[in-house]
Design a protein around this ligand. Sequence first.
Ligand SMILES: Nc1ncnc2c1ncn2[C@@H]1O[C@H](COP(=O)(O)OP(=O)(O)O)[C@@H](O)[C@H]1O
Ligand SMILES: [Mg+2]
Length: 233
Amino acid sequence: MSALALQDCDVFYGKAQALHHVSIDVAAGEVVSLIGRNGAGKSTLLKAAIGLNAVHSGRRLIGDRDVTALKPHQLGRLGLAFVPENRRIFPNLTVEENLKIATVMGRKGPWSLQRIYQLFPRLQERAAQGGDTLSGGEQQMLAVGRGLLTNPEVLLLDEPTEGLAPLIVDQLIESMRVINAEGIAMLLVEQNLKVPLKLARRQFVIDNGRVVWSGTTAELQADRARIESLISV
Ligand SMILES: Nc1ncnc2c1ncn2[C@@H]1O[C@H](COP(=O)(O)OP(=O)(O)O)[C@@H](O)[C@H]1O
Ligand SMILES: [Mg+2]
């Protein structure tokens, strides 16, 4: 049974169809990647999963429950957390205030402010600083921390490593391993293979709003040249 699944989903922006019969699933505790070039439909799919985009036809499932009609805040209560591409840090709030907002909205569970500071010591060092003073990597840590504080079953991450220096990317990968080891499943969107190959058990490739390939990470490695051509610009 999947922690989260989209089955045969169509999504539209106005009259323009952005996703065509898309199916993707994440098992409890699993890391799944969604890879594709710019404009392929990755963010559209994540937003369909979290309820920010309506599913026109097809189904959204959490476990065996049909949640196609539910709104984002209802899906949040059922254990989905979304870390958007632009990170949406409140610039006029401190780091700690940015984190505390999530605890207000969240579910009960093991993730506390203290545990977020354990995972990301940099955030504790900067707890009293304004959100607008953070580096890109620190902003990403804050966005992930906020997602975790809602105590999710599945964390949906939209290009978390985009624009970050290699050293910071490696630190984030380690943090994501720790998070996954705590039993949290992830749907990880990336434009290239570097991070997915290190973290995910299964991979989905999207192009022109359609899932054009899916398989295990080992299968991807065996078919790597073709996959690279599917996601290169
Ligand atoms: N809010 C929107 N309104 C209309 N079209 C959109 C909107 N968001 C995305 N699109 C279009 O949907 C397609 C997929 O976009 P997106 O999901 O953002 O791609 P990706 O995240 O893979 O770069 C693109 O053609 C994009 O222009
Ligand atoms: Mg995107």
